[in-house]
Design a protein around this ligand. Structure first.
Ligand SMILES: Nc1ncnc2c1ncn2[C@@H]1O[C@H](COP(=O)(O)OP(=O)(O)OP(=O)(O)O)[C@@H](O)[C@H]1O
Length: 239
């Protein structure tokens, strides 16, 4: 069964069509990667799925329900979690406090349950040693881990990751990949936008390619990367 289904979804900013008749389904438990050139409309697609933006046309179904006009907060409470391309934690709050804020707003449970869940998430994301450090003092990998942890604090069934591996060294990237794999193994459905292709293809089962707001390919990563259109458009390789 699909946890997410987009049917002919479009979005324009004035005369610029940024999402152009996008349709795809994501089965429960899948990890799907999204690639495409800068400005292809990847983050906009995330904003449409989370409800941060409303589509002009088309339908979005989440967990069997039509959420096309459902506001972002409600979608989050129902299990749509996300990380942002540019992490913006509360810099003066500690790592733990940042998580508790996300948990308090993003899940429908008691304060005690939020606190307990946040402590567990700090373990899972290897941030437990940094629990009492103000977010403003974190290094890049830790900021990325905090961003991931904040998304997990909302107890997502569907987790959207927006370029979480960007700017990391290879070793840092590998350690983050392992954490994302563990989250995936625990049953969370993941959609991951990423320019770091080796990171993406080491986790996802399928890749979706966006270009000028259109889906130009979706399928098994090896097949997608071999496709002539993808190589020409995305990689700039003449074939
Ligand atoms: N709120 C907005 N108002 C006007 N134009 C916007 C808005 N948000 C995005 N755009 C434009 O829509 C296009 C797609 O942007 P988007 O951020 O979705 O692309 P992207 O594929 O995520 O790019 P990148 O890989 O650089 O992050 C860009 O031309 C961008 O300038």
């Amino acid at each position: 069964m699909s946890i997410l289904s987009l049917q002919n979804v479009s979005k324009s900013f004035e005369s610029l069509k940024v999402t152009d008749g996008v349709s795809f389904d994501v089965p429960k438990g899948e990890a799907l990667g999204i690639i495409g050139p800068n400005g292809a409309g990847k983050s906009t697609l995330f904003n449409l799925i989370t409800g941060n933006l409303m589509s002009d046309n088309g339908k979005i179904f989440y967990d069997g329900r039509d959420v096309t006009r459902v506001p972002a907060m409600r979608r989050c409470l129902n299990g749509v979690g996300r990380s942002f391309q540019i992490p913006q934690p509360f810099e003066k709050l500690t790592v733990f406090e940042n998580l508790v804020v996300a948990g308090a707003f993003g899940r429908d449970t008691s304060e005690a349950e939020v606190t307990q869940a946040c402590a567990e998430i700090l373990e899972r994301t290897e941030m437990i040693d940094r629990a009492n450090v103000p977010a403003g003092q974190l290094r890049l990998l830790e900021r990325k881990r905090l961003e991931l942890a904040r998304a997990l604090a909302t107890d997502p069934k569907l987790l959207l990751l927006d370029e979480i591996a960007g700017g990391l060294t290879d070793a840092e990237c590998q350690s983050l990949i392992q954490t994302i794999r563990d989250i995936h193994k625990s049953g969370v459905t993941i959609i991951w936008i990423e320019h770091v292709l080796h990171a993406l293809t080491s986790v996802v089962e399928r890749l979706l390619v966006l270009d000028f707001g259109r889906v130009i390919g979706i399928g098994e990563p090896g097949e997608i990367m071999e496709s002539r259109e993808v190589r020409e458009i995305y990689l700039g390789i003449e074939v």
